[in-house]
Write a protein that binds this ligand. Structure first.
Ligand SMILES: C[S@@+](CC[C@H](N)C(=O)[O-])C[C@H]1O[C@@H](n2cnc3c(N)ncnc32)[C@H](O)[C@@H]1O
Length: 451
């Protein structure tokens, strides 16, 4: 597992014993009976570190998370995400204060405590006391004294320890850092800088609707609100005036340049941001999605946005349209390494060997898209990945299938010229637009099925 493991045995020790000998009042007082935020964050973090389970999966499946109120769930998400965003740094920062490796669950509790102290500005007494309580509630009382002593030292000495660390480097799994060399010299560090911050909330607004007054317009036409904004509370949400879509995610569908009345398929459609763009541009859209639960979410979005779209629950590699199509958007399932700002867990869960199965699936979808298009029909292939295997290497695969390349022109990306590669592909990453709050990492390329 490339999740940082084990602090090496360190010379200095905060606590010689795992008992509460010498512990402060925080370690001695009775545990609070409930703290849903930290309980859920603890489960999420353990799910990622110990079981490679996505953060969202724990949130969806855990009975405790489902029963919690929205604010507790959101706070738990934020806390676990902060620990995961800085997982490498926090692991290293804890090292000098640990004499030996604690059991995994205790390490998870310490990481949450340290994240609160070093990144979330939680007052030290609260971060330390709630971690001690958490351990007690979870049957780990023998480690309460250790947690108390370690976190009290992190509170006082941790900021100085952080100053000596290369946080950008530590917070990206080493294999990913190395793999991003294909993006150019120094780009891995620029990306890491972008990944250090929580993503803002971006929305795409229906052409005939107004953006919420508090949103800021971005150069590409998306609208941006501060990180942590709850989209459902914004004016216009219930009326379907807009949908959630990162500024970079809005670019591939735009580059398909659909014309009113064209017959278009969106082959991997849920939750529906790109379908909404195609339908709003006047295309006659068929949306294919193989996951029934995700298709339900897609349908809710399309109904809220009052769009007319044909939806089909199917594996796109086995689906055939009634007649050849004018255009296809293939937003293929991928490693999602471009979405690390929103999903810091994804960076730590993915392994290099996962890319093989993903690229096989992408090639199967490319071949299926080729069969569905009319001669002269066009395809935009997109992935929210920063990996060469899922981007440039798939262009080579598409050409082998029989597509010809149709490079994007500078005029099509005039509002974001830095995203156009010399080959005529789209490439964004979290280090772009640093002054505006960054964007997700996307790759896209356009092809024609020759006549
Ligand atoms: C990257 S997401 C698509 C995001 C979507 N285009 C949007 O903009 O909202 C990929 C989606 O493709 C679906 N999917 C994966 N493989 C598929 C296949 N073979 N056929 C149809 N859908 C598939 C996944 O369930 C997932 O919902």
């Amino acid at each position: 597992m490339n999740i940082p493991s084990n602090p090496k045995p360190a010379a200095r020790s905060a606590s010689r014993s795992h008992t509460k000998r010498g512990a402060s009042p925080a370690a001695e007082r009775p545990a609070a009976s409930s703290d849903p935020t930290r309980d859920i964050a603890f489960d999420i973090l353990r799910g990622v570190i110990e079981n490679r389970r996505m953060l969202e999966t724990t949130l969806l499946r855990s009975p405790e998370a489902r029963a919690a109120d929205t604010r507790d769930r959101a706070a738990a998400h934020r806390l676990a995400a902060a620990a995961l965003r800085h997982l490498g740094t926090l692991t290293t920062a804890l090292e000098p204060f640990l004499r030996k490796e604690p059991p995994e669950p205790v390490r998870a509790a310490l990481l949450l405590g340290a994240a609160q102290l070093l990144y979330l500005e939680t007052p030290p007494h609260a971060a330390v006391g709630t971690t001690v309580d958490l351990l007690r509630r979870r049957g780990l009382a023998p480690f309460a004294g250790l947690a108390n002593a370690v976190l009290r030292r992190v509170a006082t000495q941790g900021p100085a320890v952080l100053e000596g660390l290369d946080q950008e480097r530590l917070d990206v799994p080493p294999w990913l850092w190395t793999s991003w060399k294909h993006l150019g010299p120094g780009v891995a560090r620029v990306i890491a800088r972008g990944l250090a911050h929580e993503a803002p909330l971006d929305i795409s607004v229906r052409p005939d609707a107004e953006a919420p007054p508090e949103a800021e317009r971005l150069p590409t036409g998306s609208w941006r609100l501060p990180a942590g904004t709850r989209v459902t509370t914004l004016p216009g949400f219930d009326e379907g005036a807009f949908w959630v879509q990162d500024a970079a995610a809005a670019l591939p569908a735009r580059l398909l340049a659909v014309q009113p009345g064209e017959r278009v398929a969106d082959l991997c459609a849920a939750p529906g941001g790109k379908t909404a763009q195609l339908a709003n541009a006047g295309a006659v859209v068929t949306a294919i999605e193989r996951d029934p639960a995700r298709l339900e979410r897609f349908k809710e979005n399309i109904v809220r946005l009052k769009l007319d779209v044909t939806t089909i629950c199917a594996d796109a590699t086995a689906w055939t349209p009634d007649a050849p199509l004018d255009a296809i958007l293939l937003d293929a399932p991928c490693s999602a390494t471009g979405t690390g700002r929103r999903h810091p867990d994804a960076l730590w869960i993915k392994r290099p060997r996962d890319l093989e199965a993903l690229t096989e699936g992408q090639d199967a979808l490319l071949a299926a898209a080729f069969r569905m298009l009319k001669p002269g029909g066009r395809l935009v292939y997109a992935v929210c990945s920063l990996q060469k295997e899922e981007g440039p290497d798939r262009v080579a695969a598409a050409l082998r299938i029989g597509f010809t390349a149709d490079p994007f022109r500078p005029s099509e990306l005039a509002d974001i010229p830095e995203a156009l590669t010399p080959e005529g592909w789209l490439r964004t990453h979290p280090g772009l637009w640093p002054e505006l709050g960054g964007m997700d990492g996307f790759f896209a390329a356009r092809f024609i099925r020759p006549a």
